[in-house]
Design a protein around this ligand. Structure first.
Ligand code: ARG
Length: 264
């Protein structure tokens, strides 16, 4: 008789135990689903409207790329944590896997492709010469004898070197951050800077003293997401980028941040 009671009580405990276990398992699972895996995004938040801090609005990094990252991550069930660094350090951050992907208005060049993988291009751009209205430079030849600023490690730095090699005698100065380049130009310490038209547009709108002209006959540049070599994320991201182009989300974000439709 005593033994029977023992079995019944033990049985009861087991049932309660299992039930508890079951529910705690479920909690853990749904908790995980909500939390998702966190991907670290590397960027250089000096690049309005792609990624920047609008101090009037707060401390947060906002922009076109940030919206794209959040949309893609949400679709794929990841969280995103943003790491801000100099543009010239992003490729190393990827190859040393300190970040899972880079969204920084980065152009997929052959040289970079030796070290990282790229998604499809999500937005295209061209090189632009920015100068002061009272010392306007509109074509490459105008840069002869000029002091020209570019962002360190950017394809605009490559472009400037290419122009110099082709015989335009200019002094090239590299800086890490775009707002610093704009400052140097505005203060007259540089004669011109070369940046992307998509980014120049915003500065032209808020600075009447500046003038901008696209560099002629240059191959079109564009932005893509960068990943460590052979990352499985490349394919996953490409699927969502395609979906965003098809369902109008990309155009909506372009309109939001650049105020224009895609030119296809
Ligand atoms: N598209 C150019 C490049 O890849 C410039 C990108 C600069 N991006 C930035 N977040 N500062 O070189």
């Amino acid at each position: 008789m005593k033994k029977n009671w023992f079995i019944i009580i033990a049985g009861l405990f087991m049932v309660i135990g299992l039930a508890a276990c079951g529910s705690s398992n479920e909690d853990a699972k749904s908790g995980n689903e909500e939390a998702g895996e966190t991907l670290v995004m590397g960027t250089s938040a000096d690049y309005p409207p792609f990624e920047y801090i609008d101090s009037a609005q707060g401390e947060e990094i906002i922009g076109f790329d940030v919206d794209i990252a959040n949309y893609i991550a949400k679709e794929l069930g990841y969280n995103v944590e943003i790491k801000d660094m100099d543009f010239s350090g992003l490729i190393t951050a990827l190859s040393s896997e300190r970040v899972d992907f880079v969204l920084a208005g980065m152009t997929p060049t052959d040289e970079r492709k030796e070290n990282v993988d790229f998604s499809d291009i999500y937005y295209s751009a061209n090189h632009m010469i920015l100068s002061s209205k009272d010392n306007e430079m509109v074509k490459p030849e105008d840069l002869d004898g000029a002091k020209v600023g570019v962002q360190l490690g950017s394809i605009q730095e490559d472009k400037a070197n290419e122009l110099k090699d082709s015989g335009i005698d200019m002094e090239i100065i590299t800086l890490n951050r775009i707002p610093e380049l704009i400052q140097e130009l505005k203060s007259g310490r540089y004669d011109a800077i070369i940046i992307e038209d998509t980014v120049a547009k915003g500065y032209l709108e808020s600075n009447d003293d500046l003038s901008g002209e696209n560099l002629p006959n240059t191959e079109e540049a564009g932005s893509a997401v960068a990943f460590p070599k052979d990352s499985e994320l490349t394919k996953e991201f490409n699927e969502v980028i395609k979906e965003m182009k098809d369902n109008g989300k990309m155009d909506e974000l372009i309109e939001k941040w650049f105020g224009q439709e895609t030119v296809k």
